[in-house]
Design a protein around this ligand. Structure first.
Ligand code: NAP
Length: 314
């Protein structure tokens, strides 16, 4: 009996249907079934699961599961909910997603470096006032995270003329970028970042990583962009740093709770731009092709792909 692929999600019915269509188009020779539609015999034939916010209990219904392909780049929820899970879990690594994120990093870095929030406020108040200009080459951008997304963002920022630095867990070398690692490296990079961009995964180590102490290391009047996860930042500390003028402006695309609660003070803070998690939307068609390529490689070689590292959390 040929093996099947189970689609395991907690998405809405229409969202799951849309994924099913893209996935079936990307691998027409495979049989992909939503787990809710599978018979007992079909559950036994599934060696691969494609998942998006899966219920762990559903995955446990697949006795012959060999590995799991996630449709998301971020895996903190899987790490939390599937602790001790044996089959490898492969996250989505999609160059298209990295390109989209790099474009967002460039757009919002320019928004901060060219003082767009201040000019917007001036227009609302009918104020005609030219603010000091700082060229891209004189603007130091510090990237937290130099993985798939961070390194793509670094490349785009360099092309636009920014002075780029990056911080990672292990030491890395990238052309034309000042690189830092470890706790001391973080302090060093912060002190040299006019704009700080967060592209870290949410892990035990990065939860609450950015608070008063870190914001105080930044040059006076620095800008901050969080495109990673809300819980990496201590929100009260961020607001205090903005109120004190330590930070000039923050662009937030991710929050502890999403959607951001209607009563959140972040909505109306003059130093904060709120975005509704739009920095890098998943492209279903390219994501399905990446999943299809991973599955084709497994079918051809029989080798299990490398999964996420539960101990490091990403
Ligand atoms: P990745 O390829 O795994 O890269 C993660 C980077 O962070 C690596 O450079 C890693 O260091 C570094 N890192 C991890 N833990 C660290 C620590 N404790 N201290 C210092 N550096 C640390 O991940 P990615 O694909 O770039 O994605 C990053 C995150 O972006 C995802 O986890 C997800 O949460 C978020 N994301 C957001 C959106 C959105 O729309 N807002 C979309 C997609 C993804 P090493 O290089 O040493 O491993």
């Amino acid at each position: 009996m040929p093996s099947l692929i189970a689609l395991v999600t907690r998405l809405s019915k229409p969202a799951e249907e849309a994924w099913l269509t893209s996935l079936r188009a990307a691998m027409p020779a495979e049989t992909i079934l939503p787990i809710g539609d599978m018979s007992g015999a079909e559950l036994e034939r599934a060696e691969i699961a494609i998942v998006a916010n899966p219920d762990p209990a559903d995955l446990n219904r697949l006795p012959n599961l060999k590995w799991v392909q996630s449709l998301w780049a971020g895996v903190e929820r899987l790490v939390l909910e599937l602790e001790g899970f044996a089959p490898p879990i492969v996250r989505l690594i999609d160059p298209r997603l990295a390109e989209t994120m790099a474009e967002a990093v460039l757009a919002w870095t320019l928004y901060l470096s060219r003082d767009m929030p201040a000019y917007g406020a001036q227009q609302r108040d009918r104020v005609w006032k030219q603010l000091p200009y700082r060229a891209a080459r004189d603007t130091r951008v510090g990237l937290l995270g130099l993985g798939e997304l961070g390194s793509a963002a670094a490349e785009k920022l360099l092309l636009a003329g920014f002075d780029v630095a990056g911080w990672s867990r292990t030491a890395r070398e990238l052309p034309e970028i000042r690189t830092f690692s470890g706790a001391q490296g973080l302090d060093e990079m912060l002190s040299q970042s006019d704009i700080l961009v967060c592209l870290l995964p949410l892990t035990a180590e990065t939860t609450g990583l950015l608070g008063t102490r870190q914001f105080e290391r930044l040059p006076e009047g620095a800008g901050f962009i969080n495109f990673a996860r809300g819980k990496i930042v201590r929100t009260d500390d961020l607001m205090a740093a903005l109120d004190k003028g330590r930070l000039k402006h923050a662009v937030l695309d991710v929050f502890e709770t999403e959607p951001l609660e209607e009563g959140s003070p972040l909505w109306s803070h003059p130093g904060i731009t709120v975005l509704p998690h739009i920095s890098a939307p998943t492209n279903q068609s390219t994501a399905a092709k990446i999943a299809a390529a991973n599955i084709a490689a497994f079918r051809a070689s029989g080798m299990l792909p490398d999964g996420i590292d539960f101990a490091r959390g990403y």
